[in-house]
Design a protein around this ligand. Structure first.
Ligand code: HEC
Ligand code: HEC
Length: 161
């Protein structure tokens, strides 16, 4: 019954896929939460443990290479721990296959020649927060790095709240 198939295709399947595309683009991006206990424990002791899918692997490599002088703090980790935490960040980095849409979103507008050490230095972060003036940030939260002050969903990677 080719006529029936045609009707099915144009009246049912096409509109359905269209609605699907619209509802997908409306959905908020979730940055996969940090599931590694070592990373949560050690990288979450001074600030929240940031989701690896917010920076590319090359940034995490640089950051892990520079723990001796980590934003004026010295972060000391046993070599085995350093290796495990580094690996967790690389495997789940924004440009890894596991990061999916969240990673692609985080990398929006970031030139391949740039290796930001801060999420707050990425074009995506700046675009999402361009309504916040530095003065307001300083007065309200001390530093934009303090995501959970404004985002109750920060720990679970949901920054829409
Ligand atoms: C001894 C405390 C301490 C530990 C432990 C620590 N950090 Fe930090 N981290 C800092 C400080 C201080 C800053 C800068 C905060 C600011 O500018 O407000 C920072 C900033 C960052 C930033 C930049 C955030 C942004 O976008 O502004 C990243 C990314 C980061 N840390 C990752 C890590 C990772 C990964 C680990 C674990 C290997 C880690 N940190 C462990 C103290 C620490
Ligand atoms: C001073 C408050 C404040 C701080 C601090 C802050 N944000 Fe935001 N952020 C906002 C507001 C307000 C929005 C817009 C919310 C919206 O569009 O629903 C936003 C939007 C976002 C979005 C886009 C969310 C979406 O679903 O469209 C992301 C991702 C994000 N922030 C990540 C971060 C990260 C990561 C940090 C910490 C490094 C951070 N924010 C720190 C206030 C803040």
């Amino acid at each position: 019954m080719p006529a029936f198939r045609l009707i099915l295709k144009y009246l049912v399947v096409f509109p359905m896929s269209f609605t699907f595309i619209i509802s997908c683009s409306d959905r908020q991006v979730i940055f996969p939460p940090v599931m590694d206990a070592k990373t949560r424990g050690y990288c979450g002791s001074c600030h929240m443990a940031f989701q690896p899918s917010m920076l590319p692997a090359r940034s995490w490599q640089l950051l892990m290479d520079g723990l001796d002088d980590h934003f004026d703090e010295k972060v000391v980790l046993k070599p085995s721990l350093e290796k495990a935490i580094r690996q967790y960040h690389i495997i789940n980095a924004a440009d890894s296959p596991t990061a999916g849409l969240a990673g692609q979103t985080a990398l929006m507008g970031l030139r391949p020649s740039k290796n930001p050490l801060r999420i707050t230095d990425t074009p995506y972060f700046k675009q999402e927060h361009n309504f916040l003036e530095n003065k307001i940030l300083d007065e309200w939260v001390g530093s934009a790095t303090n995501c959970p002050v404004c985002h109750v969903g920060a720990w679970v990677g949901d920054y829409s709240v």
